[in-house]
Write a protein of this length. Structure first.
Length: 318
């Protein structure tokens, strides 16, 4: 671009000034053409970005719908027990799956609750869970720790590390023997588990076990825990998405808030009061109240089951 100060311009003839003005006009015209090209490219980039955002949003929406369809809605009628479940899909990141099923030994039933970090990981986890249950391994009575190990062996080779961190799967699997009311379980990763004791009204946490299943972490030990249930006791399982829920201030719901929600003097949580559905709703209400309109960052699943007072213990098989 030509630059001239006012003193220099006074020395120019009329013809020279006209030439300078024409030169400046040519430069302005060239800049306008460059700006027009830039605007065109920016418009195309914006259109591409909008298309990509719409595509990703649609894929997430589709994945969420698929996830919701795959989550069971019907469960076996198991005498002596009452169940209440709720799956709340996240519009951001999914990965929850749960199931309740009888073993070949009809006096036993299994409960599985699994979660993963994202829809892609969720598809992999679901395929492994469905494969193992499809092979009837769990229904044949495979112990909790052995089933957890089998899931880890199937899953671990396909796990990877992406831009958002390592693929991760959390799995809780428990088996209840109706003869003895013994609940045997194993867990990998942060799945919240607790028993609301009818006799005392206290909340008894189920012991934490192995860390989440990840690439290169090694064999999952599948530590086995056992706990005896009594009439009217309620077992509560909540996926990690609940604890990850944030409010407008960025504060996570966390286990402490969940424990407080279960420990309050709510009428539906007093021993012998309310139903398992009421207890489930108390948990969901506390999570929803904390989120205060914010989207769930992950799926949230709540499973509650209760030992009915009419259940009859059976003598162990010999």
């Amino acid at each position: 671009m030509v630059k001239h100060d006012s003193k220099t311009l006074k020395t120019y003839s009329h013809e020279q000034l006209v030439e300078l003005v024409q030169e400046l006009e040519r430069e302005v015209d060239a800049r306008e053409k460059d700006l027009a090209v830039f605007r065109t490219q920016l418009l195309k980039a914006n259109q591409s970005l909008e298309s990509l955002i719409e595509k990703v949003a649609e894929e997430v929406k589709t994945a969420a719908l698929v996830q919701k369809v795959l989550v069971p809605t019907e469960f076996p009628n198991i005498p002596g027990f009452e169940f209440s479940t709720k799956f709340v899909p996240s519009p951001i990141s999914g990965g929850d799956y749960f199931d309740i099923f009888e073993h070949e030994d009809r006096l036993k039933f299994g409960v599985v609750l699994a979660s993963s970090n994202g829809y892609g990981m969720s598809a992999l986890l679901l395929s492994v869970l469905l494969k193992i249950t499809g092979q009837q391994e769990a229904k044949r009575g495979l112990s909790s720790e052995k089933l957890l190990q089998a899931i880890a062996v199937e899953l671990e080779p396909s796990l990877g590390t992406g831009p958002k961190g390592a693929d991760r799967a959390n799995v809780f699997y428990g088996t209840l023997d109706r003869r003895t009311l013994n609940f045997a379980y194993s867990a990998a990763g942060p799945v919240f588990g607790a028993i609301l004791r009818a006799s005392s009204g206290s909340l008894e946490r189920l012991q934490a076990s192995d860390p989440a299943i990840e690439k290169g972490r090694g064999t999952v030990s599948g530590t086995l825990h056992e706990v005896a249930l009594e009439a009217m006791d309620r077992v509560i399982l909540v996926s990690g998405g609940a604890m990850a829920t944030r409010n407008a201030k960025g504060e996570t719901f966390g286990e402490d808030r969940l424990v407080r929600a279960l420990s309050v003097k709510a009428p539906t949580l007093k021993p012998g009061s309310g139903t398992v559905h009421d207890a489930r709703n108390e948990i969901l209400y506390a999570i929803e109240k904390h989120a205060d309109g914010q989207d769930l960052p992950q799926d949230v699943t709540v499973v509650v089951f209760e030992v009915k007072d009419r259940v009859i213990r059976l003598a162990p098989r010999r």
